[in-house]
Design a protein around this ligand. Structure first.
Ligand code: UDP
Ligand code: MG
Length: 309
């Protein structure tokens, strides 16, 4: 027998806990045929509703259900990490509780693992049901990341991913505090099979992500997997030196021909404003990386447990 750990981050998802489990156990006959035992780790990410009670109720009915409850909301990235850390399976899969990651894909995912893949990941090829502005910025983000990050980050990749124990251990060995899973999965390498599917809309409840949160998350992703923005300061500096040199030549020549040294006050102000703007911008970027480094060196725990069943 081999063991499959299903990791399910939940934040205020009381009405999704049970439907998710019902959908998951529709694969039971497949699991039995393939001698796979199941453990379902619901990670309660500091929910304020009845999520924990629902999980406990489910646990009374089925002992394959486990609960790990955080002391407060630490975010989905922390929940994923906690899930992987507490999983004892030979395989682990991460799934959203809102059924946007269809459990019906599991048999197909396992077939690829059998063929020798270390991980089977999913990406959605459509973004139907999503606000167009959000899709636009998402696409821009992935295009930018493709350019500036050395790690491959798939467009539309979801966190829905089946992994072998070896890959789970590799991910756990990355102890960083600023976690950006989409990048971490790519960074550890291993052979990954990509499955594509049409976007499925959330079954019940509301998404926890608004535009602003996603925007900040994308900045986290950039800071975590690219240092190219730090180069911007040097590049801008170089460009301004070049510009200054051209200007100096221009002014000297003009003085020699027209003999008019005083004019040019407006252009001077523009130049000062422009260069100081660029300087602030570059300092800001530096500040971003410094802030990340600051959080990293403090070595705070990624999550804190309140209850474990
Ligand atoms: N989630 C979480 N902590 C959070 C936010 C979300 O554990 O702070 C969980 C949430 O319960 C769900 C999954 O992460 O199972 C994906 O969240 P959501 O459906 O809101 O994101 P979307 O699918 O819209 O990207
Ligand atoms: Mg969702």
């Amino acid at each position: 027998m081999s063991l499959l750990s299903v990791i399910v981050p939940c934040y205020n998802e009381e009405e999704n806990i049970r439907p998710f489990f019902q959908e998951l156990v529709k694969n039971d006959s497949f699991f039995q045929e393939n001698q796979i035992d199941l453990e379902v780790l619901y990670i309660d990410d500091g929910s304020g509703d009845r999520t924990v009670e629902e999980i406990k109720k489910l646990r009374e009915e089925d002992e394959r259900v486990h609960l790990l409850s955080f002391s407060r909301n630490f975010g989905k990235e922390a929940a994923i990490y906690a899930g992987l850390e507490n999983a004892s399976g030979d395989y682990a899969v991460i799934m959203d509780v809102d059924l946007q990651d269809p459990p019906a894909l599991l048999p197909e995912m396992f077939s690829h693992i059998r063929q020798g893949y270390d991980s089977v990941a999913t990406r959605r090829v459509s973004r139907k049901g999503e606000p167009p502005v959000r899709s636009f910025f998402a696409r821009m983000f992935y295009r930018l990341m493709k350019r500036i990050a050395k790690t491959e980050i798939m467009d539309g990749a979801r966190d829905y991913r089946l992994m072998t124990r070896q890959m789970v251990d590799a991910i756990l060995s990355m102890q960083e505090y600023n976690r950006f899973s989409k990048g971490i999965f790519g960074w550890v390498g291993f052979r990954t099979k990509w499955l594509e599917y049409e976007n499925v809309e959330r079954a019940r409840g509301e998404t926890k992500w608004n535009f602003w949160k996603l925007f900040l998350y994308s900045l986290d992703g950039i800071a975590a997997f690219s240092t190219l923005p730090l180069m911007l300061a040097s590049v801008a500096g170089g460009l301004f030196c070049l510009l200054a040199f051209v200007m100096i030549i221009f002014i000297i020549v003009r003085k020699l021909i027209f003999g008019d040294p005083v004019s040019g006050w407006p252009s001077l102000v523009c130049i000062i404003l422009m260069t100081s703007g660029v300087q602030f911008f570059c300092t800001g970027i530096l500040g971003q990386y410094l802030a990340k480094t600051y959080l990293e060196v403090k070595k705070r725990p990624i999550y804190l447990v309140k209850e474990k069943l």
